[in-house]
Ligand binder design. Structure first.
Ligand SMILES: O=C(O)CCC(=O)c1ccccc1C(=O)O
Ligand SMILES: [Mg+2]
Length: 375
């Protein structure tokens, strides 16, 4: 197949979250995001979403650095020559260091277009077979433990398959103890977003008694070595998020014993192709994976659903329902969760329609990039 991109539209959107979301590193009230639309000669559109945040808290990328990378480097590369497979585009992008979320946004749009041209769902184009995916929910740090228990109660009642709570040094052992007392059997995990160092090993070890499925990213965002020292001290499996930005990071983490589980975020690793390679490696090594979340709008959420259909995504991910985040999402139908399951769409590409009216409502500015006459 030959994909000839005729033009690319970048749109800057701003959406209010229904409720503020607090992690160990800060609070999110709204989401700014870049929506990428690639349009081919026949007028077929592919959609991607940059998952970078407004501020460089989770990683060094921001919405503005993503716009810069897309406008000045990545979009010109995508328009320069025809593309025969989305993997070819990732190879073109490899000349540019890092900036994985910017790369993934455009690569994802091309994957959607590719699957639409093949007439198959994106999940199938990626090699996934599941018809439903199991999902959990990530719950931010709350004002009080009583608030947290109430929020958990609500999501357990909605059928979510596991509960993830955010922790930090002043909100950890006592909080988890209380959650366990009230919900002795709920599949539970904790995400520290790098709030600890090796000095806190005893504190993290104290979490062992609560039978957590895993503890996510306890130590530094760029670390593999200290995690490899911590893991043998704990019974609870370590899951890495921030530290894994590529296939090679995943290989080194598994070789070193830095973790037993990997959270795959498409944006963090630079695209669906790299996400799939990490998935395959973990399958070979017997390490389960699950799909993380970045408070995505509908397009990013649809990409997460598609990758989660691969077989080694054996643990419930953070892909909650659209209504968990937004008054009104940008896709139709919205993503719904019933009994902790999302039904995988079977229409071509991402399988949801982008709601252009809603996109327009949320768009603050946009820019169109045309193929140059010589290409
Ligand atoms: O619901 C989601 O999209 C996931 C929420 C989440 O845990 C998260 C949200 C913002 C930044 C980092 C993280 C994380 O997984 O570490
Ligand atoms: Mg995380």
């Amino acid at each position: 197949m030959t994909i000839n991109i005729e033009y690319v539209i970048l749109r800057h959107l701003q959406m209010e979250l229904k409720a503020p979301f607090t992690t160990s590193f800060g609070t999110f009230q709204r989401k700014e995001l870049i929506l990428v639309e690639v349009v081919d000669r026949d007028g077929v559109s592919g959609w991607g979403e940059s998952v970078a945040f407004s501020a460089p808290w989770y990683s060094e990328e921001t919405v503005k650095t993503n716009w810069h990378m897309l406008e000045d480097f990545l979009v010109p590369l995508a328009l320069a020559e025809p593309i025969h497979h989305p993997e070819e585009l990732s190879k073109r992008f490899s000349a540019i260091r890092q900036n994985n979320m910017a790369k993934a946004a455009l690569e994802g749009a091309v994957w959607d277009l590719y699957a639409k041209r093949l007439g198959v769902p994106l999940s199938q184009a990626l090699g996934g077979a599941k018809k439903d995916i199991e999902v959990g929910v990530s719950i931010g740090i709350q004002p009080t433990v009583a608030d947290l228990l109430q929020v958990i109660e609500r999501y357990v009642a909605q059928g979510y398959r596991r509960i993830k709570v955010k922790i930090k040094p002043s909100w950890d052992v006592d909080v988890i103890r209380e959650v366990r007392r009230v919900f002795p059997d709920v599949p539970l995990m904790a995400d520290a977003n790098s709030a600890y160092t090796l000095v806190d090993a005893d504190r993290l070890k104290a979490l062992d008694e609560f039978g957590l499925l895993m503890i996510e990213q306890p130590l530094a965002a760029d670390d593999l070595v200290d995690h490899a020292r911590l893991q043998p001290l704990l019974q609870t499996p370590i899951c890495l998020d921030e530290s894994i930005r590529s296939y090679d990071d995943a290989r080194k983490a598994l070789d070193l014993g830095s973790c037993r589980i990997i959270n795959i975020k498409i944006g963090r690793v630079g695209g669906l192709g790299e996400a799939k390679r990490i998935h395959d490696l973990c399958a070979e090594r017997g390490a389960p994976v699950w799909c993380g979340g970045m408070l995505e709008a509908g397009v990013g959420r649809a990409h997460n659903i598609a990758i989660t259909t691969l077989e080694n995504f054996t643990l419930p991910g953070d892909t909650a329902a659209s209504s968990h985040y937004w008054e009104r999402d940008i896709i139709t139908p919205e993503v719904e969760v019933h009994g902790g399951l999302i039904r995988v769409p079977d229409a071509p590409g991402i399988g949801y329609d982008v709601d252009r009216r809603q996109v327009e409502r949320y768009t603050q500015f946009a820019k169109v990039f045309h193929r140059t006459a010589t290409a």
